[in-house]
Write a protein of this length. Structure first.
Length: 412
């Protein structure tokens, strides 16, 4: 199953300012006992604050709750936050990590055995309770709540492991709260914790996008693009994607992708590096560069080394260039333009042909992008950006919805 970054033509794979989106609760509580519904409805107002201080990250901010540093290691901090409930909020901060989805899933899986030990009962059931993506401030997040049972028969007990994962431009924050209810309380406390890290964000980008990814109208992840002009005057592009997709009622598939590119301001690619982690394993890692008029690719796919030169000798369109291509088609009389682009998920050792067409008789879309088995339609602005896109691959309807934007790809 393939999923897509919103950089128009780039494909990746999978097997107190809050802009919430519609959370998807998979379990209807109407048939649950009254005590359970009452427990799930509990909230508390957290009035106390404490200081979050991390010298290495130049953070010294007030956060909600009574925070305590429990453990510290290289590139890692673990805190508990007393919010006046039976269980504390537990928060992790990382400066080195595998990805927002991969690391989040690992924390969840590591927490559940501790729940068994604490209650001296075996895990007898677990269910995906809620999945959500959105932005807090200018940071995208994943939410995954897991309903679980411990023990059997009359000794069975229930719990709800709530979790958030959010990657700022410098760090990853993951917080969990293991208690029924307090969902809004937890969101407020997590927002406070995350905001302390957001203040350290690098603001050198001239153009940014964050998109929500939906499959069959269900939140499954987010993608973020950041564009800066580096010291050489080139366009440095960073694309990150994190996804969590329910496989069944009890589990989720998870993936993270990173794509780094350098290109010219005219949209031509200089070099790139990309990798994808699926369900905890590196499935592919590639780099491409040009020397003496030849494009060279090196890396690995599914553990097998790949070294090759592209037959294509001409210039390749960059991710930044894809926006320029759309802006150009909308500003000229031409109705179609064709390009070559390096798309390692499609074929890492070849250039992929791309067709960009202007649609003149579709009220819902004015641009169509054809990438062989993939077709994407969207209503583009004159600078090539868009708020919403729909695409289909192998019969799967996918949607990209913009959650946050800054700047424009059109340089003065």
């Amino acid at each position: 199953m393939k999923y897509f970054l919103p950089s128009l033509f780039c494909i990746v794979s999978l097997a107190f300012f809050s802009k919430p989106v519609c959370s998807k609760d998979f379990i209807d509580l109407k048939d649950f006992p009254t005590w359970f519904k009452e427990a799930m409805a509990k909230e508390v107002e957290v009035k106390s604050t404490s200081k979050l201080n991390i010298d290495e990250l130049k953070i010294n901010e007030d956060v909600l709750g009574k925070l305590k540093l429990e453990e510290k290691a290289e590139n890692f901090w673990y805190f508990t936050i007393d919010i006046g409930t039976a269980s504390p909020v537990e928060c992790y901060a990382f400066t080195s990590y595998d990805g927002a989805a991969t690391s989040f899933h690992a924390i969840i899986e590591a927490t559940l055995p501790g729940v068994e030990k604490l209650n001296n009962k075996k895990l007898s059931g677990r269910y995906n309770y809620s999945l959500e993506t959105g932005v807090i401030g200018e940071t995208p997040y994943l939410l995954l709540d897991t309903l679980y049972h411990l023990g059997e028969g009359n000794n069975k007990v229930a719990g709800l492991l709530k979790g958030y994962s959010a990657e700022t431009k410098n760090t990853l924050q993951i917080c969990i709260h293991n208690e029924l209810g307090y969902r809004d309380t937890f969101r407020t406390v997590f927002t406070s914790f995350l905001s302390a890290f957001e203040k350290t964000n690098d603001d050198s980008s001239f153009f940014e996008n964050i998109y929500q990814l939906k499959l069959n109208d269900m939140d499954v992840g987010y993608a973020r693009e950041t564009f800066i002009i580096d010291q050489d005057g080139d366009i440095e592009t960073k694309q990150e994607m994190a996804m969590m997709v329910p496989v069944d009622a009890n589990s989720v598939a998870h993936s993270d992708s990173l794509n780094l590119e350098w290109g010219n301001t005219d949209g031509a690619l200089i070099n790139a590096y990309t990798y994808t982690i699926e369900n905890g394993a590196m499935t592919q890692e590639f780099s491409i560069s040009n020397a003496e008029g030849e494009w060279s690719v090196s890396g690995q796919m599914q553990g097998k080394a790949v070294e090759s030169k592209l037959e294509h000798k001409e210039w390749l369109l960059s991710t930044f260039g894809s926006y320029l291509a759309v802006a150009n088609i909308l500003s000229t009389e031409a109705l179609e333009a064709n390009y070559a682009m390096w798309m390692p998920d499609a074929d890492p050792v070849s250039a992929t042909s791309i067709s960009v067409k202007e649609l003149t008789e579709n009220k819902d879309a004015n641009v169509s992008v054809d990438m062989g088995p993939i077709k994407m339609d969207y209503l583009a602005e004159t600078d090539g950006t868009f708020e919403f896109a729909s695409l289909e691959q192998n019969g799967l309807p996918l949607k990209l919805i913009k959650l946050h934007a800054k700047g424009s790809p059109i340089l003065d």
